[in-house]
Design a protein around this ligand. Structure first.
Ligand code: Z5A
Length: 209
């Protein structure tokens, strides 16, 4: 494959993003692509350090604005040191969450405006955007059953917020997809893992050479 691409997977907790990052990467490698799998918050050594600050400790450890700045700082490092160089070298980068998680969690659900989040992204990462964002949507009860069934699962600082918060997050992702249909695809992620991978590949057909 000649040109690098940047694909982000988004959605709520338990939607199956981490599972699908791996499956999608394998499917793309089988088609000859060089693939980099990564995640947010994190993905570079510095951003992984910030991840620990963000996901551990008391729910009110950070103010909403400090939290948004920390996510943007982690992303700036991740974009500059991992994502952009990989895409420029011709790789496909598949990220488990990216900017739209900040828009949905810190923006839509924590009272900071979308414009604020996008300004932080301009300052931190020069407005760098995915070529495609795949939003994995599952009904609340399925997502909860999946996370509950996962061995040793304990909600992190953000996953432990109340249901209304997570409903707001889901509404935000759906709204982004409506507003920017060229970049977003909503994916029904309630089926088994291989069925979901097929849907993801279909949603990338126009980007595959
Ligand atoms: N956050 C933020 O607030 N702002 C930001 O800018 C960013 C992130 C980037 C990161 O948490 C937290 O940071 C997150 C948002 C916030 N908190 N919340 N909510 P994380 O990285 O630790 O985890 P997560 O992103 O929320 O994902 P997750 O809980 O690990 O879920 P997932 O990746 O979507 O699902 P999974 O791990 O692939 O699957 C969950 C279980 O279901 C597992 O046992 C699988 O084997 C199973 N599974 C997966 N797919 C299927 C299917 N299709 N059928 C049946 N079972 C399945």
């Amino acid at each position: 494959m000649a040109s690098g691409r940047f694909i982000s997977l988004e959605g709520g907790e338990g939607a199956g993003k981490s599972t699908q990052v791996k499956a999608l990467a394998e499917a793309l490698r089988a088609r000859g692509a060089t693939v980099v799998e990564t995640r947010e918050p994190g993905g570079s050594p510095g951003a992984e350090t910030i991840r620990d600050l963000l996901l551990t400790g008391a729910v009110d450890r950070w103010t909403p604005r400090a939290e948004a700045l920390l996510f943007a700082a982690a992303r700036a490092d991740h974009v500059a040191r991992v994502i952009r160089p990989a895409v420029e070298s011709g790789a496909w980068v598949i990220a488990d969450r990216f900017l739209d998680s900040s828009r949905a969690y810190q923006g839509g659900a924590s009272g900071i405006t979308d414009d604020d989040i996008l300004s932080l992204h301009r300052i931190g990462s020069g407005d760098f955007l995915p070529d495609r964002t795949l939003v994995l949507a599952v009904p609340e009860d399925i997502a909860e059953a999946r996370t509950a069934a996962r061995d040793g699962d304990r909600p992190d600082r953000i996953g432990g917020r109340d249901r209304e918060y997570h409903r707001g997050v889901a509404r935000s992702f759906a709204r982004f997809a409506e507003q920017s249909p060229e970049r977003f695809r909503m994916i029904d992620a309630s089926g088994d893992a291989s069925a979901v991978t097929s849907l993801l590949l279909q949603a990338l057909t126009d980007l595959l050479p």
